[in-house]
Design a protein around this ligand. Structure first.
Ligand SMILES: [Zn+2]
Length: 257
């Protein structure tokens, strides 16, 4: 079968949240705020459904007092997806808003960079304050327990995980963040997650303020830009425009490509 193509959906499960603009785009607009959302992304086609990131578990949402929140499992129902039966789960990185809901996907194969896994599960540095701030320790313990199971795919670098879908190691925000290159009707699109919080990050070269390695981040920008068929196929992780500027297919769900 030649060149399978997929559609990409943004599923908002949280927000809007108001953040200092300089957190969302490093050192920019120090006196302003920005509106962001929390999303899960869905890649669909060729009879397959691939979920990108897990969202926040209802328990943690309560602890963190997340307003305007629905369980990721509820949000996915709007695309007729039963989280409990999802077969493919790509984890871009292990920050709480991307990993916390992992237990909602008990049947899924999990695709994560080995570096990212090892850092959050094994490296004592991950227990230091700046990292704990973005950690869901319950989810991380669950992730740790998957080691050695067939469902856990620890990936080293770039890898095609299904025809037309390739994960790309793209560190900077975290030690082993991965973006997803997806073959769509418009060409290769990048589900970049927090490689950029906003569309403007890709245009200005200014990342978010949560930085593990700035040099690596710049190289990751170069890498995904070279891979995408056009700049408008680079999708960020938290931009409110993902919801506002694309065709709506269900409540808080848009089709990006
Ligand atoms: Zn995030």
């Amino acid at each position: 079968m030649a060149n399978p193509t997929y559609e990409i959906y943004a599923v908002k499960y949280g927000g809007p949240y108001i953040r200092p603009a300089c957190m969302v785009n490093w050192f920019q607009d120090m006196d302003k705020t920005t509106r962001i959302h929390y999303y899960i992304f869905v890649i669909r086609g060729e009879g397959e459904t691939i979920v990108v990131d897990c969202g926040v578990d209802p328990q943690l949402a309560k602890q963190r007092n997340l307003a305007d929140y629905v369980s990721p499992a509820e949000a996915l129902k709007r695309l007729d997806i039963d989280a409990a039966r999802v077969k493919h789960l790509i984890v871009t990185h292990v920050h709480f808003d991307h990993i916390s809901g992992i237990q909602l996907f008990p049947k899924a194969d999990i695709y994560i960079q080995e570096r990212e896994f090892n850092f959050w599960v094994k490296d004592p540095i991950a227990q230091r304050a700046p990292f704990l701030f973005v950690t869901d320790s319950v989810a991380n313990r669950y992730l740790a327990r998957q080691e050695g199971k067939k469902r856990l795919h620890l990936i080293r670098g770039d890898k095609k995980i299904l025809p037309g879908i390739e994960v790309l190691l793209a560190p900077g925000h975290t030690v082993g963040l991965q973006a997803v290159a997806v073959n769509t009707a418009k060409g290769t699109a990048i589900v970049g997650s927090d490689l950029a919080h906003t569309f403007s990050s890709y245009q200005t070269d200014i990342p978010s303020a949560i930085i593990t390695d700035m040099v690596a981040w710049m190289k990751s920008f170069d890498k995904v830009k070279a891979k995408a068929s056009s700049p408008d196929l680079l999708f960020p992780g938290h931009d409110s425009g993902l919801l506002d500027h694309y065709p709506k297919v269900a409540e808080d769900v848009t089709r990006l490509a």
